[in-house]
Design a protein around this ligand. Structure first.
Ligand SMILES: [Zn+2]
Length: 260
């Protein structure tokens, strides 16, 4: 069974979404709670986010924004480590305007240094937001964590057709057929590559309000995405990748995942 297309398209009325086969949606409005409307095209696109709302000024004026083009081979080594304390818990498909998102019940943590961040949700971008060797991948998964202090840590995973490790088939089957609000028991460990090398840097949310101070952790190994799943994501979300932002004086460093 296909996604509930009518509800789905209704939730996407905020921005210009180009569907496959040359079909395009007329953009008329967005949800009242989501105003001002923002998106990825035209006057609501990334170049304008910083001017659409006073609280979104960081999108235009911030100096530590995300995503970035990841440097190749010139990363500085750093003694930063993290652990993923993930387990099977309930994920619920949420009705979001700009991405396919699954909200997670409490129980999964990312521990970075001495700080614990709780996994709140994960979502997708097509194509990838971060660039590896100046090239975009077909997609990117973001697992968003928050600490009690409000600090945010995002674990990013590139999606590439030829990667050795894939998401469980049962997960894709569920994602492509679930209605908004539907739940699934899943272990997010299955969504992250098993290897222990990551890159880290300080950045921002890649959507308004573009809040800075976000701890980014990017898996050096991608996860595989099949052509059917890739097409499905593109049809649901259109292109929802913010262009890369200047690295400025920031450094990108290696981060080791422990216990994997
Ligand atoms: Zn994201």
């Amino acid at each position: 069974m296909a996604w509930n297309r009518r509800n789905f398209l209704g939730s996407f009325a905020c921005f210009g979404l180009s569907l496959a086969a040359g079909r395009a949606l007329a953009v008329t409005s967005c949800k009242p709670e989501e105003r001002p409307c923002w998106g990825y095209h035209g006057g609501e696109g990334p170049d304008h986010w910083g001017r659409l709302h006073p609280d979104w000024a960081a999108c235009a004026e911030g100096s530590e924004q995300s995503p970035i083009a990841l440097p190749g081979g010139e990363t500085v080594s750093a003694d930063e480590r993290f652990t993923l304390d993930y387990r099977a818990t309930t994920g619920r498909l949420s009705d979001k305007t700009h991405t396919v998102q699954v909200d997670m019940s409490p129980g999964c943590q990312l521990v970075l240094g001495d700080r614990a961040f709780s996994l709140k949700q994960f979502h997708f971008h097509t194509p990838s937001e971060h660039l590896w060797s100046d090239a975009a991948d077909v997609g990117e998964l973001h697992l968003v964590h928050a600490a009690d202090s409000g600090e945010i840590a995002v674990l990013g995973v590139a999606l590439r057709p030829d990667a050795p490790q894939a998401f469980p088939e049962s997960f894709w089957n569920w994602l492509q057929t679930a209605e908004t609000g539907e739940a699934l028991m899943l272990d997010p460990t299955d969504l992250v590559p098993g290897q222990d090398q990551f890159l880290g840097y300080r950045g921002s949310l890649t959507t308004p309000p573009c809040t800075e101070g976000v701890h980014w952790l990017l898996a050096m190994e991608p996860m595989a995405v099949g052509s059917v799943e890739q097409r499905w994501l593109e049809q649901q979300m259109g292109q929802n990748a913010r262009p890369v932002q200047p690295l400025g004086s920031r450094t990108v460093h290696t981060v080791l995942r422990e216990g994997s």
